[in-house]
Design a protein around this ligand. Structure first.
Ligand SMILES: [Zn+2]
Length: 344
């Protein structure tokens, strides 16, 4: 297995986000990469650096996932924001086109409200480089699989699965899993994204909702009670050519490993009809019982079961790191998944 991480990812390091109306320390920071790296080492693997962070090829692939104006926004907003009188160091929205909006604004405050869906996505001076490095890491892993490695892992942070075609959300800016699927699609006709993060992969769903070539499936806490709240219901099945290729299996808040494994079996049964040729696993580890985002009750050993089950698909696989926040268990949860995957 080839495993990738680029140190430039550390350049995106927002200190705080807004939690229940209060500024709180952001759980999505460089310390996650440290803990996950320890998990990689404990699995007996080592991390390689992607050759490039920025390239015309990466940009052209990102343009298949995100809108042009959103990519331009991510790259330029911090400089334009800082020119505003009295502007804070971090770009943060304070006005949103909730429920609609008829035109795309020129003003940086308006654009921040348009693209930054929630208060978990502040952008600092160095953020874009870090965000791009995370995407480059996903790209490198997908290229390794196209190059003949059966499996590759991308230690991506910031994560990506809440990032939609035209918006950031939930700590996510560029959709790394969708990018990996886009790279795989250059060779494979039918690619599946299996999202085992605690939260619904709403950005990934939106990116492929009308397409029949990339199947998207997600296990997550019922969004009636949990972030991302407005997506992730079982009735969202894709539309047009994508009809039937989006599968959501919401689980009750507080679900344990047994419930999760049963739902994963069902998800993979549903995937079978699609006959995928390659897979991206949106590998969130935040369903652990001690994760600060507190949605499910999986034990560390449950990630071994998940890894083993996904390995049994016996398909070229890109593992893309999504959620999983700092606890003493985070590294061990990744090790547990890797142990199961390599044994499976
Ligand atoms: Zn998550």
């Amino acid at each position: 297995m080839k495993l990738f991480y680029h140190p430039d990812q550390e350049r995106h390091a927002p200190g705080t986000f807004l939690l229940r109306g209060r500024p709180a320390p952001s759980p999505e920071g460089p310390v996650r990469a440290e803990l996950l790296s320890q998990g990689v080492v404990a699995s007996g693997f080592s991390l390689s650096e992607p050759d490039v962070v920025d390239s015309p090829l990466l940009r052209s692939r990102l343009a298949k996932v995100h809108t042009h104006r959103y990519l331009e926004f991510l790259e330029t907003i911090h400089g334009r924001w800082r020119e505003l009188p009295g502007a804070a160091e971090l770009v943060s929205p304070n006005v949103h086109p909730t429920g609609g909006g008829h035109h795309y604004p020129r003003h940086p405050v308006g654009q921040a409200g348009w693209h930054l869906h929630d208060m978990a996505c502040p952008i600092g001076a160095e953020s874009f480089r870090g965000i791009l490095a995370s995407a480059a890491t996903a790209q490198a892993a997908a290229e390794a699989v196209l190059g003949g490695h059966g499996t590759a892992y991308a230690l991506c942070r910031p994560p990506g699965h809440h990032a939609g075609p035209d918006r950031a959300g939930g700590f996510c800016f560029l959709n790394n899993s969708a990018l990996a699927a886009t790279v795989l699609r250059e060779y494979f006709a039918r690619v599946a994204i299996i999202d085992v993060d605690l939260h619904h992969g709403n950005g990934t769903q939106d990116i492929f909702y009308y397409r029949g070539d990339v199947w998207t499936g997600s296990l997550h806490v019922d969004p009636g009670d949990f972030y991302p709240f407005f997506w992730g219901g079982a009735g969202e099945e894709g539309m047009g050519e994508g009809l039937g290729t989006n599968v959501n299996l919401p689980l009750p808040l507080g679900s344990d490993g047994a419930a999760f494994h049963g739902a994963l079996d069902e998800l993979l049964e549903r995937l079978d009809d699609f006959s995928p040729q390659a897979v991206v696993v949106a590998l969130g580890l935040d369903a652990h019982r001690d994760d600060p985002l507190a949605g499910m009750a999986l034990e560390t050993s449950d990630f071994t079961v998940i890894g083993r089950r996904l390995a049994r698909l016996s398909l070229p696989t890109v593992l893309v790191q999504e959620g999983g926040y700092p606890t003493e268990h985070l590294g061990a949860n990744l090790t547990a998944f890797m142990d199961g995957f390599t044994a499976g």
